[in-house]
Write a protein that binds this ligand. Structure first.
Ligand code: CA
Ligand code: CA
Ligand code: CA
Ligand code: CA
Length: 359
């Protein structure tokens, strides 16, 4: 693991001001569980796992009012678990923060490795559950493998969980990249950028750019939706809803995954008034990229200020990629020349170090 931090620390009008950006090297292949991540915090989802190889990805979500339920992983012939992760969101506007063991997977208490306040007065949590998931999956028959999720603390305090499993898949013929992102998008607008190790080759028949979002505390049909723009073009205005849960606080969860289609919403400006299933939060980014592109920019906004975008997954078929968090301008000095100068200096330093490393 390579970890670099740029830190500019100055005094602005008597107040200490710090610009800090952690760069996580995602170019290696293998175990990512030892990563130290200092900037998983409300303000942006960021990449926490990157894997490349003959791999596939299985994602499922579960929101429930009851204490326990089933979450699934799809297994193809010869498949084994490379790594598995569980994301959990507590119920909006409860300020509930989970402890280790408050959620169980197949009766085993889950231990959190990252957690962050959300933008809606709740908490998001992240765990590595490879050791819980692997042996059952590896020995299972082809098809759906069931795991029992138990919300040991009050179920009304937990909106739901997302299980993302990266699978060694002998049916894959080319190297793919999976990137999992976790954190908390700001409801008032937040961005992240996908950097591609090789330029997009739209003539490659194996090229796939599937994109998934995980959202909690969104109920539809209402005015609760997130809009998503990709490279400045609207992808959806109806992300959200309780697709993988129930229409009840403490069960509001959706994620693009099993039983969803990567078809994009036919009307990208349709808001969430039709219902949760108009948009299943699984998307195809191919229509948004051009041959030779090396970056993809994604911007989310939740006009109702009460939905929590806390997870994303990218599946790059036949492509290698890394993902950068949005470089946010700190709130305090925005509008002052000093602040802008500091931001530009930090951005230049960040860019220099990043491209020194990656190219
Ligand atoms: Ca619940
Ligand atoms: Ca779903
Ligand atoms: Ca879809
Ligand atoms: Ca939905």
């Amino acid at each position: 693991m390579v970890l670099f931090t740029i830190c500019l620390c100055l005094m602005v009008n008597g107040f200490p001001f710090v610009v800090s950006e952690t760069i996580v090297d995602t170019s290696f292949i293998g175990d990512t569980r030892t990563k130290i991540l200092t900037d998983v915090t409300m303000g942006s989802i960021i990449p926490v796992v990157t894997e490349t190889g003959k791999i596939s990805l299985s994602i499922d979500g579960l929101g429930m009012s009851s204490a326990s339920g089933i979450i699934q992983v799809e297994k193809s012939s010869g498949a084994t678990v490379r790594s598995a992760f569980l994301a959990a969101a507590t119920t909006g506007f409860t300020m509930v923060q989970l402890s280790d063991g408050d959620i169980e997977l197949d009766g085993v208490g889950v231990s959190w490795i990252y957690e962050t306040p959300s933008s809606i007065e709740s908490y998001n949590h992240w765990a590595d559950v490879t050791s819980i998931v692997k042996s059952k999956f590896d020995s299972a028959l082809v098809g759906r493998v069931d795991y029992t999720v138990t919300e040991v603390s009050k179920s009304e305090w937990v909106d739901g969980v997302i299980l993302a499993v990266i699978i060694n898949d002998p049916s894959q013929v080319v190297d793919n990249t999976v990137v999992l992102l976790f954190g908390a998008q700001d409801v008032q607008g937040d961005t992240f950028a996908i950097g591609l190790a090789d330029p997009i080759d739209t003539s490659d028949p194996n090229l796939v750019l599937d994109f998934s979002l995980g959202i909690s505390f969104s109920h539809q049909p209402t005015g609760q939706f997130s809009q998503v723009d990709v490279n400045g073009i609207r992808l959806t205005t109806s992300a959200g809803g309780e697709d993988d849960g129930e229409a009840s606080n403490g069960a509001l969860l959706t994620v693009g995954g099993l039983d969803d289609s990567n078809a994009n919403p036919s009307d990208p400006y349709q808001t969430g008034v039709i219902g949760p299933y108009y948009d299943d939060e699984l998307y195809d980014l191919l229509p948004f990229v051009s041959n030779g592109d090396t970056t993809i920019n994604i911007v989310t906004l939740n006009p109702s200020d009460d939905d929590n975008v806390f997870f994303s997954a990218l599946f790059f078929g036949s492509a290698r990629a890394w993902v950068e968090p949005g470089f946010m301008i700190p709130e305090y000095p925005l509008g002052s020349l000093m602040g802008i100068a500091i931001f530009i200096a930090a951005l230049v330093a960040y860019t220099h170090i990043k491209y020194t490393l990656k190219i």
